[in-house]
Write a protein that binds this ligand. Sequence first.
Ligand SMILES: NC(=O)c1ccc[n+]([C@@H]2O[C@H](COP(=O)([O-])OP(=O)(O)OC[C@H]3O[C@@H](n4cnc5c(N)ncnc54)[C@H](OP(=O)(O)O)[C@@H]3O)[C@@H](O)[C@H]2O)c1
Length: 234
Amino acid sequence: MKLKNKTILITGGSGGIGKIIAKKLAKDGNKLILVARKKNELKKIVNKLGNNHQYVVCDLSKAKSINKLITKLSKTLNKLDILFNVAGIGIYKNLENLTDKEWTQSLATNVTAPYRLIKGLLPLLKKSSKPLVVNIGSGAGTVGMKGRSAYVASKFALRGLSLTLSEEYKDQNLAFILITLGSILNSFGPLSLEEKIKLKKKGKAYFAPEWVVNKIIKITESKNPKKEYVLYPT
Ligand SMILES: NC(=O)c1ccc[n+]([C@@H]2O[C@H](COP(=O)([O-])OP(=O)(O)OC[C@H]3O[C@@H](n4cnc5c(N)ncnc54)[C@H](OP(=O)(O)O)[C@@H]3O)[C@@H](O)[C@H]2O)c1
């Protein structure tokens, strides 16, 4: 079912994945709200998307900033149809090199922010006729990976949150989808795009960003979505 006339919030709307999701959904009467920290990036993207769309600058690692976002949206929106929790950070470090700040920032951005947004935006989501929360997970949320404890812990926690809420809201009109993704050819995490292109030439498998976003949108359009989808590049 094509997404039409929906109000859609995309966190990480300026990032590799969020920006492409926004580009593909900014039509058919959909009204997008993009959220990230860098105002200039958001402004550039929203200007290209057109008049029906807006951005809100928010540091999702900070409760105060999220509360401001929720208050603003609660005053200006009648409903929210889809919340895409896409924003994330990938700090890959051995335990001994990892700082407390990096651990806290990873957990705050990758799992506490989705928790706070879901909870704070529930009243707006409940005003939609078919509300949906899409959480972008990772293969790192399914298996331990050396040198990535903060990222892995955050994505396991996000997976637990998403799967639990799909059970909790099963009998109510609110769906949760976790999309567990393998590596994508973009600049997420500690490696640059150029470094990933070199690894790809040596045989490492990466998703093309456009391809994976088309899959994400198809999943979002499902009439009866599953609680988890797992996509790995081959
Ligand atoms: N790319 C991959 O290989 C891959 C694989 C599996 C899963 N994933 C997941 O996919 C999601 C999107 O990744 P991506 O590839 O699009 O990464 P990306 O290009 O690095 O984009 C990350 C986005 O998150 C935003 N963000 C980060 N920290 C934030 C904060 N504190 N407050 C608000 N916004 C924040 C960034 O904007 P600002 O910097 O302006 O805040 C940016 O828009 C992440 O959750 C990631 O874990 C990615």
